[in-house]
Design a protein around this ligand. Sequence first.
Ligand SMILES: [Zn+2]
Length: 113
Amino acid sequence: MKINSQKIYTHRSYTIKELSDALSVDEKTCFRWIEEGMKTIPGCKKPILIKGRDIKKFLNNRKMKKKIKLNRSQFLCLTCKKASYAKRGSIRVVGKKKLALCRVCNGKMSRII
Ligand SMILES: [Zn+2]
């Protein structure tokens, strides 16, 4: 299934119904995305609202994660858009995430532990 996140407008907010229509996906899929970490607008429960920007961000990250396989010591660099190694001494553990700086571009990288 190909999802075209270009169809989402950054500056508007979407209900689940609108999102599923815009991307031609099932509403269940949209709920699964929320469980997987797509941000919703706080306080909006009925209906749930999601910012276009957050939808795009989520879908793009998801696409990258699918394509890129990381080995145990690699991180996904959001600037290089590929797997990269951390700069020596830059790895920090914050909650359930490991944060580091990219050896190539010095950009921020993270991975879930
Ligand atoms: Zn990088």
